[in-house]
Design a protein around this ligand. Structure first.
Ligand SMILES: [Zn+2]
Length: 366
């Protein structure tokens, strides 16, 4: 059986490991890009490892594992259906054989009797050519019965052949199913190990950058970085905890992909300004959005419509909140490289230099 998951083989564990270099060790992500990008045309397309790439790999590995598990479940359902069908056929055959046995014996006996004691046993009577109509009818009945017996014997041979064929089919099906299940099981194990390894590397990289992890080794808020982009199912302000990932800034969290991109941006900012970004606000639940809206009318979006409620926006302090400060200008020039930007509206209406957003489209190009 060929691999069911063509993508699974694309990144070998070795390749994945080779790329698991934590970006924080380099001087600057942007600088590192230009320093380490080789001149070759294919190589140049490949950015050096960063958290975003690692997160994307983790997400893909989780998706591959999920797909493989689903495929195995589907396969099992098909196996069950085909075995059921086969069992039904065998039962039908058994019933046919029973019915056949019931017909065969009396018919056989009858034919035997007829041959032993033919109707009009007086040979002379036959030879005389005086056979009457009833005798002729009786002779016709005998040959009819004999023909039926031959038919029955033929049916018996066909039933036997059919039973042998079905038994062989059942055996082949079971052997094939066992093999397929074993192969799929092994493939799933490989994918599971690969997924766990990537998530572990990502978690270790995050821990190195000051993200707290809980006892089970997950980022403290319980976030699952492998599910970041499957969030469209949740309404604004009602994102479940597991989908939000913590930032280095205490108590602040964003959607997984935005969080990881922000952490990378924060590292670049820290190398430039010597300290982490100052964050006043990040993900806002619906209740928090309502509270801000009524406290500062005109300064916050209508509850349920803010990008804060999608876990894709931050409000910054530490200088960024002042338009054209060094911090603002640096962010304006560099944030896009990390998928972050200052939205057009925030330059004018309402004027919010502190408000920055993660653009998943921009992020997907990283
Ligand atoms: Zn804001």
């Amino acid at each position: 059986m060929s691999s069911l998951f063509p993508g699974a083989a694309a990144a070998s564990p070795m390749q994945a490991e080779a790329r698991l270099v934590v970006a924080s060790e380099s001087t600057d992500l942007a600088e590192a890009t230009s320093l380490t990008a080789p001149a070759g045309p294919t190589e140049a397309l490949r950015e050096p490892v960063n958290l975003t790439e690692l997160r994307r790999e983790a997400e893909k590995a989780a998706k591959d594992l999920e797909d493989a598990t689903k495929a195995l479940e589907q396969r099992r359902a098909k196996i069950q259906a085909s075995e059921k069908e086969l069992a039904a056929k065998l039962r039908e055959l058994q019933a046919a054989e029973r019915a056949f046995a019931q017909v065969r014996q009396p018919l056989s006996d009858l034919v035997g009797q007829l041959y032993q004691r033919p109707i009009g046993s007086d040979a002379a009577f036959f030879l005389s050519g005086d056979a009457d109509a009833s005798t002729l009818r009786a002779m016709a009945d005998v040959s009819q019965i004999a023909a039926e017996r031959n038919q029955v014997l033929g049916d018996g041979a066909r039933l036997q052949a059919e039973r042998e064929r079905l038994a062989a089919e059942a055996q082949e099906l079971r052997a094939g199913n066992l093999l397929a299940e074993a192969q799929m099981g092994a493939e799933i194990e490989t994918l599971r190990a690969r997924s766990a390894k990537i998530v572990k590397s990502l978690t270790q990289a995050l821990v190195k950058l000051g993200i707290k992890v809980d006892k089970s080794g997950n980022p403290a808020a319980g976030c699952d970085p492998t599910r970041a982009t499957s969030l469209s199912d949740f309404p604004n302000g009602l994102i479940p905890k597991a989908y939000l990932c913590p930032l280095q800034q205490r108590g602040k969290e964003l959607r997984g992909d935005a969080a990881i991109a922000f952490i990378s941006l924060n590292e670049a900012y820290r190398r430039r300004f010597g300290k982490s970004m100052c964050v006043t606000d990040s993900y806002r639940s619906l209740a928090e959005q309502q509270s801000v809206y009524y406290r500062r009318p005109g300064f916050a979006a209508v509850p349920g419509r803010s990008n804060h409620g999608l876990g894709l926006a931050v409000d910054l302090c530490g200088g960024v909140e002042q338009f054209r400060s060094a911090q603002f200008n640096w962010l304006e020039a560099n944030s896009k490289k990390f998928g972050w930007m200052h939205p057009k509206w925030a330059y004018v209406s309402p004027f919010e230099p502190w408000h920055w957003e993660y653009d998943p489209k921009l992020g997907s190009l990283l």
